[in-house]
Design a binder for this molecule. Structure first.
Ligand code: F6P
Length: 547
């Protein structure tokens, strides 16, 4: 007879009891030999160390029960098989198909999607190579020196983050990104561009997003003013699922690269949305990025739960969010080129899991997606680490760090970077007692009342958890693995919370109101639907502009 699986609620209750009855601090857990080995997992050179958390063998076991109770593996298999797991939009979720080997068919709604994926990838590769080699050039015959991606959200953050991360591999035209509808964004960039050598890529899954359409119209005028109406087709390409709308914009059919409704915006960097990356680093390097993600997919699908990096990273997240009650998590890459990773993960995580309703439409009974935020180390240390160390909230940290940089001549910098990363996780965990603080002050020559007065300010509570993701080097393959690791973490957490990670209805209301407000705002009038606060703000603008 097989033992009955606990339910999700029972697993959470057991975890809550274990947390309530905990004794000792994280640092004390290291008195058990083999703690690091037992609470870290490697996948090739990628190592996830979660030993600096309060997890014990018992609570890790309970978390694994939780994953089993939530049937994470069943939902995972349904996703990879192309089932419509995005229930509210009645769609499959198959960003993984964009990086999977082309040979095995993958039917979605009865049609094998692999040939279309392979065909689009081949077209992208050919286009990117031709732009890089100057075979595809501007209207006056000049090779493109600058590529500007116009998109927002998932049509911006993926390519902007990956392009920044892989800077050492850039050997194509310069890539720029315009996302904000604030005219300052595109205006500042246009000042630096020569229209004759600039290619614009308009990236929008829906091709209706107001910010992108507005910026695209401004870019179009920039080209038309300098080179004439006829130059538009030579200076624009587009990436979208709405091929009819792109054609209406005037973009030539051979410059339009499609993708599919089963690719969510925040999961789309693997699709044609990755075109600027491919132009920057070349199709082969882009292929390595896809291969890295595919490798993580294979690991996610095949490794047992207790060896599975995305599952374990998610379980640590669930432990901190639901059992320990920590409302946020910080992502601190000690890797300057991952400067946009926190912003990328904000969309990936918060747009996916910022939900209050379960997959079956009921109110959730426990907190879901945490606030995700961060900045690269070491800069973050000199900005907000004060609060991480001595603030009243406990904020678990994800540290990311490479063993080696791309600048061997600057090894002293890398040594400092690594030392700082390791020191921060130690400091968060260990803390400093009042006695230690007082001893330190006395060693500096202070005595009596001065020690008593100052020492409390120099106490660090410690016992603050973190995980560290360590890897050999930030190359395309590794970056692909890291992104896919986080995608699957979000998936597993959503599965346990029983929420749909693949819709984003929460962005709609603000968009609707902005559309309703625009005519009145543009005419200097007060929108009928506006609250007294909004009316007051508009009246203030009116008074300023009239003065
Ligand atoms: O407003 C949110 C959102 O729909 C995101 O989910 C998406 O990544 C972004 O807007 C951009 O959408 P699109 O690619 O359709 O322009």
């Amino acid at each position: 007879m097989t033992a009955a699986r606990p339910t999700v609620d029972a697993a959470f209750e057991a975890l809550a009891t274990a947390w309530k009855n905990r004794t000792g601090r994280i640092v004390d857990l290291f008195s058990t030999p083999g703690r690091f080995e037992d609470f870290s997992r490697a996948y090739g050179d990628l190592l996830l160390d979660f030993s600096k958390t309060a997890l014990t063998a018992e609570t890790l076991g309970l978390l694994l029960d939780l994953a089993a109770a939530a049937r994470v593996e069943t939902l995972r298999d349904a996703m990879f098989a192309g089932d419509h797991i995005n229930l509210t939009e009645d769609r499959a979720v198959l960003h993984t198909a964009l990086r999977a080997a082309a040979d095995e068919p993958l039917p979605v709604d009865g049609i094998d999607v692999k040939p279309a994926v392979a065909d689009t990838l081949a077209r992208l590769r050919a286009f990117a190579a031709a732009v890089r080699e100057g075979r595809i050039a501007g209207a006056r015959g000049h090779a493109f020196t600058d590529v500007v991606n116009i998109g927002i959200g998932g049509s911006d953050l993926g390519p902007v983050m990956v392009t920044g991360a892989l800077a050492p591999y850039h050997d194509g035209p310069r890539c720029h990104f315009v996302s904000n509808v604030d005219g300052a964004h595109i205006a500042d960039l246009m000042k630096t561009l020569n229209p004759a050598t600039t290619l614009f890529i308009v990236a929008s899954k829906t091709f209706t997003t107001v910010e992108t359409m507005c910026n695209a119209a401004t870019a179009r005028a920039f080209i038309v003013d300098a080179l004439g109406e006829d130059a538009v087709s030579a200076h624009f390409a587009a990436v979208s699922t709405a091929l009819d709308k792109v054609a209406a914009f005037g973009i030539a059919p051979d410059r339009i690269f499609g993708f599919w409704d089963w690719v969510g915006g925040r999961y789309s960097v693997w699709s044609a949305v990755g075109l600027p990356v491919m132009i920057a680093i070349g199709p082969d390097r882009f292929g390595e990025l896809l291969a890295g993600a595919a490798a993580m997919d294979a690991h996610f699908c095949s490794a047992p739960l207790d060896q599975n990096l995305p599952v374990l990273l998610a379980l640590v997240g669930l432990w901190h969010r639901n059992v320990c009650g920590f409302p946020s998590r910080a992502v601190i890459p000690y890797d300057q080129r991952l400067a946009r990773l926190p912003a990328y993960l904000q969309q990936l995580d918060m747009e996916s899991n910022g939900k209050s309703v379960t997959r079956d439409g009921k109110a959730v009974t426990r907190p879901t997606g945490p606030i995700v935020w961060g900045e690269p180390g070491t800069n973050a240390q000199h900005a907000f680490f004060q609060l991480l160390h001595q603030g009243t909230d406990i904020i678990p940290v994800d540290f990311l760090v490479a063993a080696e940089g791309h600048e061997p001549q600057l090894k002293n910098h890398q040594d400092l970077l690594v030392a700082n990363c390791l020191a921060q996780s130690e400091a968060l965990m260990r803390g400093r007692t009042l006695e230690e603080a007082a001893d330190q002050l006395r060693a500096k020559g202070l005595a009596g009342e001065a020690v008593e007065r100052i020492a409390p300010h120099r106490v660090f509570p410690g016992d603050r958890p973190s995980v560290t993701l360590a890897y050999a080097r930030l190359d395309p393959f590794t970056l692909g693995r890291i992104i896919a690791l986080y995608e699957h973490r979000v998936f597993v957490e959503a599965a346990v919370w029983n929420i749909n990670a693949f819709d984003q209805w929460g962005v709609e209301l603000g968009k609707e109101l902005a559309t309703a407000f625009l005519p009145a705002v543009a005419a200097g009038e007060v929108p009928a639907q506006a609250s007294p606060s909004t009316r007051g703000l508009l009246a203030h603008f009116e008074a300023i502009t009239a003065a």
